[in-house]
Write a protein that binds this ligand. Sequence first.
Ligand SMILES: C[S@@+](CC[C@H](N)C(=O)[O-])C[C@H]1O[C@@H](n2cnc3c(N)ncnc32)[C@H](O)[C@@H]1O
Length: 316
Amino acid sequence: MTIKPRSLVIGAATYVPGLRNFTGRKTGGTVSARYCYSVWLRHLCMLHWHGLPTTFETVAELGPGDSLGVGLAALLSGAKRYVGLDAVQYADSARNLQILEDLIVLFRNRTPIPDQVEFPLVQPPLSSYAFPAELLTSARLEAALNPVRLDTIRASLADPGTSLRDRGLVCYNAPWTMAMIEDATVDLVISQGVLQFVRDLPGVYKGMAGWLRSGGIMSHEIAFQSIGITTEWNGHWSCSDAIWRLAVGRRRHATNREPHSTHIALLQKMGCQVLTDERIVRRSGISRGELAPRFRHLTDEDLTTSSALIQVVKLA
Ligand SMILES: C[S@@+](CC[C@H](N)C(=O)[O-])C[C@H]1O[C@@H](n2cnc3c(N)ncnc32)[C@H](O)[C@@H]1O
């Protein structure tokens, strides 16, 4: 068995009344403005390097976590509106406002993108971490960082709307429902480290594809690892459903164990064309013979893909 004994203890503890709240109280990354800046600029650079658009009117983010910093970075790059949709309300106004001020300084200084030395776990890695001045030109930044506009963002952030139907530059909703965004109203849907936790993947991909206008973009960074529950990075594919349920217990977020190929197939089914598929390839920690019956169909590519940045365009 590859499950860590500690995971089984934590999984069992989540059934004790009151203890479940100790799992998933914070998400980790977006507490730091430099992290949010790095994540946003990595998605933006990858879009540019793959010949995709980099200017967007309306940006929606799934699972922003502890702050709306990634979306704020999008607004400071010129996006007109942002909506963050999370399963759990982790972000709060005080942290959002502080992150906004820190981000303004990072953009004003044309700070290089924080790299793998500073954030070794953040994917995708880039071939250059220089500030992308060819995308974020002086004219674009001057307009986006205009003091009057910044005051409008601050005001909207202090009192965000709950759906895109509300006026204002910033909307946030947690827990969200599909009806909060009308079809064909969004230009970019982004997520970082989220889709591996989503339970109803077909439903959520259908929703995201529906929100996009024709020609709209999705940019998702997805991890396929067991996230500390098993000793091998991909040991979750060797666990029976019963053992997995025991280890996961009632944790707030647990990986859905879907491999890379599931996400590609769903995106294609929803009428999207995959234009970027930057996979991080890692030696498998388990042999084919160790795969649990329901994961025997995994391709060699699935078995060795530990994360991927997938960017797609919605076809007409
Ligand atoms: C590992 S955190 C990542 C947070 C943030 N994107 C970052 O980069 O730090 C996972 C996030 O996914 C969110 N999440 C899980 N299932 C979700 C769902 N069905 N819809 C929206 N967000 C979800 C969690 O609430 C959490 O905020």
